[in-house]
Design a protein around this ligand. Structure first.
Ligand code: F6R
Length: 264
């Protein structure tokens, strides 16, 4: 089972996520990191930039692969995930842009682009640590409910609820993308370590379904139960519907990693 770390508040959960990313980079300056976008990750990247500056950590030797990109948006579109990642992280650290990878949303053939992205991940040696958020419907990346649990990077149609949730990032009247290129669930599961962050009451149901419900394509994040090295970081609200919450808090008080010889 995953380590489930329940933090006292959103800030502490976000900072702990940033600390883990920083630790992974410091342990292996040539690591391949899988990154995510979304509102949940904004405070994580802010904290990561600060901590990298404080600790003099270089990102120059990393490779990064983002989970997904909207189809139809050119890289320079203000709401593309490429622009978002530049603004939130890449513009503030010393990683050469050529080492940061996202699928191209405006390629001539998105299916070809998706296959090429999958091949690039493989050619990099595979992802050491994949950062994940979770959708209110249990999606990871843009693998919406009913996605194959063995899927690889490909085109996915977004659900109405995801399109509505994403609309907050677009100007009113602006066309919100309906399709994305996303790493598949099989792609994500191949990462050597997974690190999921969920914050806020809006995620409580999805988190409970993912961690304590059946493993099912109806809740793609439930596949984490099969990953040998998954860590899930939550704030109080996101943890509020977990049946075994007391137990997780007994194992990791305050969300701290405490190792006991007899817990394995
Ligand atoms: C983003 C992504 C999505 C988000 C999820 C949560 O790259 O892959 O799965 O992590 O939609 O988004 P927020 O954090 O905005 O609630």
């Amino acid at each position: 089972m995953a380590s489930i770390l329940i933090h006292p508040d959103t800030e502490s959960a976000s900072r702990a996520t940033a600390e883990r990313l920083l630790a992974a980079i410091r342990a292996n300056p040539h690591a391949v990191l899988g990154l995510a976008t979304g509102g949940t990750m904004e405070p994580v990247y802010t904290a990561l930039i600060d901590r990298a500056a404080e600790t003099g950590t270089s990102f120059a030797g990393l490779h990064t692969f983002n989970l997904d990109e909207y189809i139809g948006l050119a890289a320079h579109h203000p709401q593309s995930y490429r622009t978002t990642m530049d603004r939130l992280l890449f513009d503030h650290v010393d990683i050469p842009r050529a080492r940061t990878h996202l699928p191209r949303g405006d390629s001539e053939d998105s299916a070809v682009e998706a296959r090429a992205y999958e091949a690039q991940i493989e050619a990099s040696g595979g992802i050491d640590l994949q950062l994940l958020g979770i959708g209110t419907n249990g999606h990871v990346g843009f693998n919406e409910p009913s996605s194959s649990l063995a899927s690889r990077t490909r085109i996915k149609r977004l659900t109405r609820s995801t399109i509505k949730a994403n609309a907050r990032f677009f100007r009113s009247g602006e066309q919100v993308p309906t399709h994305a290129i996303t790493m598949g669930i099989g792609t994500i599961m191949q990462a050597r370590n997974l690190l999921m962050l969920a914050t806020g009451a809006g995620k409580a149901e999805a988190v409970a379904a993912a961690l304590e419900g059946p493993v099912t394509a109806s809740c793609p994040a439930s596949i984490l139960q099969f990953h040998p090295a998954a860590t899930v970081i939550l704030d109080q609200e996101a943890a509020s519907k977990l049946k075994w919450r007391d137990f997780y808090e007994d194992i990791h008080p305050g969300g701290e990693e405490v190792y006991f010889a007899d817990t394995h």
